[in-house]
Design a protein around this ligand. Sequence first.
Ligand SMILES: Nc1ncnc2c1ncn2[C@@H]1O[C@H](COP(=O)(O)OP(=O)(O)O)[C@@H](O)[C@H]1O
Ligand SMILES: [Mg+2]
Length: 265
Amino acid sequence: MKIAVAGKGGVGKTTVAGTIARLLGQDGLSILAVDADPSYTLWSALGIPAEQAEKIVPLTENEDLLKERMEISGAGSYKEVFKLNPRVDDLSGLFAVEGPDNVSLLVAGTVELGGSGCMCPSATLLKALMRFLVLGSDEAFVMDMDAGVENLGRGTTTGMDALIVVAEPGRRSLAILSKIKQLALDINVGRILAVGNKVADPEDEEMIRKRVESEGIPLLGMVPLDESIKAADRKGMAPIDLDADSPGMVAIREIKQRLVDEFRE
Ligand SMILES: Nc1ncnc2c1ncn2[C@@H]1O[C@H](COP(=O)(O)OP(=O)(O)O)[C@@H](O)[C@H]1O
Ligand SMILES: [Mg+2]
């Protein structure tokens, strides 16, 4: 199972991605959680301690790694020559951090890979890594991204099973749906599925349902606004560790199950 989670900033991507990863891990799968958000916080939703997370250097910011793998030569940003096919198959083994429930975390870092993305060593390494994770590896992964699915990169996602778009009730979050859907179609993701989050009342639910339906995106489920999820963030805990049976966690468990069922079909 290879899935990525997208959506506007603050909608709950990291919460949903981290919790789904933990739940799949509890089901006995071995899961690689990939953090491709520049402000990488997936560790917190996975229940990896801050002291451990503080030591993580995102791959795209790891100068030693870039030097070694990209064989950078030349001088000045224009003269740099580097490898275009770096070795990446061992990166999760070397850099992933073990978390609870069979989930390990790889902080990939981010650079824009889309059409106008930079041609720099870090972008090339990340693109090669994405291509490997999607096509060359049999590892199941859940990837947490920043809002732009551009970061997936054209041509690297053929073979990605699903893109989950998280949306909260609100015009701005919902307006992004069609943009993400278009990008997902462009980059050839298997399927796109929606999750509503921070739903406080039937009006919220209705707003999300209508918009998702009009975009033709199947809805995996709705997660209520949940004090316990907020409290977990305040305490620096994974929400699933604070209260695995809070209303929000119960909803995400149902969503996880629907996702698993989707793949069985
Ligand atoms: N269902 C929910 N109920 C209450 N708070 C939530 C819920 N989902 C997420 N949050 C809170 O919203 C904030 C943003 O969530 P986060 O998962 O980091 O979003 P993103 O990764 O999309 O930026 C966090 O403080 C998180 O605890
Ligand atoms: Mg996030």
